[in-house]
Design a binder for this molecule. Structure first.
Ligand SMILES: C[S@@+](CC[C@H](N)C(=O)[O-])C[C@H]1O[C@@H](n2cnc3c(N)ncnc32)[C@H](O)[C@@H]1O
Length: 211
């Protein structure tokens, strides 16, 4: 693996996103990719296996939401899988408390190991179905990528935030159909187009507020 060029892609891409990273944070993000590559051989954690594509589709895609998180202090990543977007966000914003939740023991074992190896005290892992997950205090926001349609996301995760809290869904194409199906318990606040460096595909962040 050509680590130097992966670092370049990450460094230039983060700068393009307006995300400031220390070199130690960039090194942790690359170390996370290396862990993902290593565990993927046995655990089949992600279909994206080419290292440069992983920088773009996993690291930069996750980091692209950072400028839109606002003052959020606690964030739950539901259906986090191998830790996306939650682990890159926890690395890039050490003050942010991140809960990584997934129902799959295989996925949560990987995330637990990644948190240990990367020394990420601001993140924790819960092996639980989202609908059964209970937090000691409501989070400021919940985020998901490739988890469920907007209606189902709201149904399964709205109990994790207090009224006024946000549900953030990372989507590809503008989700016209899904937006027509939003339940009355949430209000649509924004649909933000995201530009991920190196990715031609459309990306959007849907911001909903829980009533
Ligand atoms: C397609 S993967 C996406 C993983 C990651 N967010 C990403 O973008 O790479 C969906 C994940 O959601 C998890 N999942 C699906 N339904 C769930 C539920 N009700 N509660 C918790 N996790 C769930 C699955 O185990 C799987 O890891």
């Amino acid at each position: 693996m050509n680590v130097a060029s992966l670092e370049d892609t990450l460094h230039l891409g983060a700068a393009e996103l307006g995300v400031a990273l220390l070199s130690s944070q960039e090194a942790k993000l690359i170390a996370y990719l290396e862990l993902l590559l290593k565990w993927n051989k046995v655990y089949n954690l992600t279909a994206v296996r080419e290292p440069q594509a992983m920088v773009t589709q996993h690291l930069l895609d996750s980091l692209s939401v950072l400028p839109h998180l606002g003052e959020v202090a606690t964030l739950v990543d539901v259906g986090a899988g191998a830790g996306l977007p939650g682990i890159p966000l926890a690395i890039a914003r050490p003050q942010l408390k991140v809960v990584l939740a997934d129902a799959s023991h295989k996925k949560t074992s990987f995330m637990q190991q990644a948190l240990l190896e990367l020394a990420l005290p601001n993140a924790s892992v819960r092996c639980e179905r989202v609908e059964r997950l209970r937090l000691s205090a409501p989070a400021d926001a919940v985020i998901c990528r490739a988890f469920a349609d907007l209606k189902e996301f709201a149904r399964l995760a709205r109990h994790l935030v207090a009224p006024g809290g946000r549900l953030l869904a990372m989507k590809g194409l503008y989700p016209h159909e899904e937006l027509l199906q939003l339940p009355p318990e949430v209000v649509l606040r924004d649909v933000i187009p995201l530009r991920v460096p190196g990715l031609a595909a459309q990306r959007h962040l849907v911001v909903m507020e829980v009533r």
